[in-house]
Design a protein around this ligand. Sequence first.
Ligand SMILES: Cc1ncc(COP(=O)(O)O)c(C=O)c1O
Length: 383
Amino acid sequence: MSSVDVHSKLPHIGTNIFTTMSGLAAQYNAVNLAQGFPDFDVPSYLIERVSHHMLTGKNQYAPMAGILSLREKLATKYASVYGIPFDPVEEITITCGATEACFSAITALIKAGDEVIIIEPAFDCYEPAIVLNGGKPVFVKTTYPDFKINWDEVEAAITSRTRLLILNSPHNPTGTLFTKEDVTALRELLQRHDILVLSDEVYEHMVFDGAHHYCLAADPIIREKTLTIGSFGKTYHATGWRLGFCAAPAHLMKEFRKVHQFNTFSAVTPIQHAVSDMLDDSDWHHNLSSFFQSKRNYFLNLIKHSGFKAVATQGTYFQLLSYAAVSDKKETDMAEWMVKEMKLAAIPVSVFYQDKTDQQILRFCFAKKDETLQQAAEILCKI
Ligand SMILES: Cc1ncc(COP(=O)(O)O)c(C=O)c1O
C-alpha cells in the first residue's frame, strides 16, 4: 500500500520542551517547576462568572473581534494604567491566548522572503509562525549574564527585507524588563527604519522590587508601528482558558483580523464575559506583582544555602538559576538528570536559543503553592 509523502513544513520542530518536561515530570512523579502555569486555583469569582454566563446562555459564537464590553474595559485599562488610547472597536481583538495572537499577527504581516528579527533567548512560538509563512527568522542575542538588548546589533541585523521585530518584556525566560533606554533606542530605530514591532507583554502585571513595566505602545511613535499582545490566562492564573488579545493601530488591526477570523474566528464566549466582569476589579492586576514577588522571595530564601545561584529576575514568574557550582553537565542533560533522578522538573535555557547556547542555567517557574516551592527547594538543597 502506498502512502502519501508528508512534506513537513516544520521538519526541524518536534514536541516542544514544555510538553516534554511536563510529560517527564508526570512519568517520574516529579515536582514540576518546568512549564509556566500556576498550580493554585483560578479566582473563585471568575469560576462563578463563567458558570453564570454558561447557565444564562452565553454559549454561541462571540463576535469575531471579541465581545465589546471586554474590549471596552481593556481599552479603559490601557488608558488608566499606561495612558494609551486604544479604540475598542477598531484597535483591540480578543484571541485564543497570546499564542494565537502571535500566530495571527505574524501570518498577517509576513510574506515569503520577509525577515523577522527575534531577540534571543526567545519564547518558542515566534519562529515556527515565521517559517510557516515563508519568512526568515534572524536571531540577535542579548548580552550575558544581564540579558540586555544590544541595539547596535539589532540595527546591524536590519536589511531591506526586514519587516518585523519581535520583542518580549517582562521576558520569558530571563525575567528582564525593557528599560527607559530600550524605549528610547527603539523609538530612534523606528524613526530610521520602516519596520513593525510585535510586543509580547503577557507578563505585564508581574514586575518586582518597584520596577516599572514599559508598555511600548505608550510611546506615540512606537505605538503607530506596534502590535501589543497580552494574555488573560497569565493575569488570571487561568492559562487553560486560552484567552488573550492583540491591540494595535486600526490599519494593522484590520490585517490582523483578516487572519484571526479564519484562524479561530472568535475566542470562547462565556470566558470572555467572565473576564469582562473580572476587569471591573482593578485591584487584581495592581496586586499581582506583590503576590508573585512574595513567591519569588519565598523560593529564593529557601534555596539561599544551595549550590544554585539566582540570576536576577525583575519580572514574570520565572527564576533562572545557575548550577555551574554544582555540576558541569550540559543544560539539557542536567534537566533530564534532575527530573529522572531528583524528581524535579525545570527548563534548560539553551532551548530558547537557536544554536542551543549553553550557560549552565535552568528556568524554574515559581507560580506554585508554597508547599510545591518547599518540595522543590528541598531537592535543590540536596544537589
Ligand atoms: C512570552 C510568552 N508569550 C506568549 C505566551 C503564550 O501565552 P498564552 O498562554 O496566552 O497563549 C507565553 C506563555 O508561556 C509566554 O511565556
